[in-house]
Design a protein around this ligand. Structure first.
Ligand code: ADP
Ligand code: ZN
Length: 429
């Protein structure tokens, strides 16, 4: 039932001792990184876990400002891997790992998968992106560590996914929730009974984007399987940060590797136990690139009291939103500013723009409305058509998603009274 009972069911007292020891080590290590050295991190003394509150926060912007190598605290000889979260231009955020970091990450993911029920006889089909994204390689290593036959299909190519699932008797899939629903639609349209077609299938791991309990139920009922919520972010390795146990009541966040705080994003003070706020995490095991008090911007709360599964690590509730304006479409993170930057750079585009998000079937869809410059005529169809094509192409290159672009006449987009409403989210979660 447990992969490592000693650590998964460790007493809270012992856990805190371990955390304190690791926190001291982390702060000492991190203070050697140019970014934290400049902040004077070495002058902070940690004698108690509550001393964490004296330390500075780290944000995504900080990671960008430290690009490329400013967050590394070991010699480059020790670094073996780089990952990066979405965003193709501008300065990406990059995360570095030593061999030991990869090893620890692999163990954390293996712990999650084992907790959900995965064993070495399982056949695991990984439908999440490989490459700079962390979802693919992260779960890949974890499943191999358990000893599963691991199939790195990556996302897309639904026909081949289904063929492999059937031919190889896939028993577990890792998938973005919206893609899981899309898969169900395709299967239904083919007139296939999923329970007969894929009798070996037992588990789905749903990760990388927010989803509801209703989505989980849909996936579970359609395939006749158990689905588990998997939470992670590349700054904290990627997947393997928090994962549901078979109780499916909150996700255990592994506190031997992550020191958890929930803060009020406005006051930056800790919230009362059980209250909702922004998740802030300090790495406790990372060697090449430790991160202190990382503001995830994800909103959640800690579920109080012990879990019936016996594990003592805290549980967090489903992420209910973000404290910044980041959008997640098809598992890809997008900031409205990225869209603005593209539009501003194109001659012929006017001042105002608006982004609308819709659900098209189970897929997210983006519509970008942009005003044209007052020098252009709304009757010059040829120019407008090539402008529209250029905007579409440049946006796709930037955000990796192809939006529908609609050009409007100058003043055609209503101007808000107060803060501009740039994003209208009509998606049904
Ligand atoms: P990933 O490859 O997991 O998407 P990123 O670093 O690109 O990693 O994005 C991380 C963000 O994705 C998180 O901060 C969170 O907003 C969102 N996310 C990841 N997993 C989940 C989940 N299970 N539920 C809700 N949001 C999630
Ligand atoms: Zn549990």
């Amino acid at each position: 039932m447990y992969r490592d009972q000693d650590i998964e069911c460790i007493s809270r007292e012992r856990l805190q001792e371990l955390q304190l020891k690791q926190l001291k080590k982390t702060v000492k290590g991190a203070s050697k990184a140019p970014f934290y050295r400049a902040l004077g991190l070495k002058d902070f003394t940690i004698s108690d876990l509550s001393d964490i509150r004296k330390l500075p926060f780290t944000t995504k912007d900080d990671l960008r400002s430290a690009y490329p190598y400013g967050m590394i605290c070991t010699s480059l000889d020790k670094v073996v891997r780089l990952h990066s979260s979405s965003g193709t231009t501008g300065t990406p955020t990059v995360v570095f790992h030593s061999m030991k970091d990869i090893e620890n990450w692999t163990e954390l993911v293996a712990r999650c998968l084992f907790m959900a029920g995965l064993r070495k006889h399982d056949v695991f089909q990984n439908m999440i992106g490989y490459g700079l994204f962390t979802g693919g390689l992260g779960l890949h290593y974890g499943a191999e560590r358990i000893g599963c036959l691991t199939i790195p299909t990556g996302p897309g190519n639904t026909k081949r996914q289904l063929k492999f699932m059937k031919d190889f008797g896939t028993s577990a899939i890792h998938v973005i929730p919206s893609y899981a629903l899309h898969l169900s639609d395709e299967i239904e349209a083919m007139g296939i009974d999923p329970k007969k077609e894929f009798p070996a299938l037992k588990y789905a791991f749903l990760g990388a984007e927010p989803h509801t309990e209703a989505t989980r139920k849909k996936v579970e009922e359609f395939f006749g399987i158990d689905a588990f919520n998997s939470y992670g972010l590349s700054e904290m390795n990627g997947p393997g940060v928090a994962f549901e146990c078979p109780e499916k009541h909150g996700q255990h966040i592994w506190e031997d590797a992550y020191l958890v705080e929930i803060i009020n994003p406005d006051t930056l003070e800790g919230v009362a136990p059980g209250e909702k706020g922004e998740l802030v995490i300090t790495t406790l095991q990372r060697e090449a690139m430790p991160i202190i008090r990382y503001r995830t911007k994800d909103l959640t709360s800690v579920i109080e009291g012990p879990c019936a599964c016996g594990r003592t690590h805290s549980r967090i509730t489903r992420i209910t939103g973000r404290s910044d304006d980041m959008l997640i479409l098809k598992g890809v993170n997008i900031f409205p500013m990225q869209i603005e930057a593209v539009l501003i750079g194109i001659a012929g585009v006017g001042r105002n723009y608006q982004i609308t998000l819709e659900s098209k079937g189970h897929n997210d869809h983006m519509i970008v409305r942009a005003e044209i410059d007052s020098n252009l005529s709304i009757h010059d169809f040829k120019t407008l058509d090539s402008l529209k094509k250029r905007i579409t192409r440049e946006l796709r290159d930037e955000i990796l998603i192809t939006p529908d672009v609609i050009l409007c006449e100058p003043g055609g987009i209503p101007v808000a009274q107060g803060k501009a409403v740039r994003v209208i989210d009509n998606r049904t979660l």
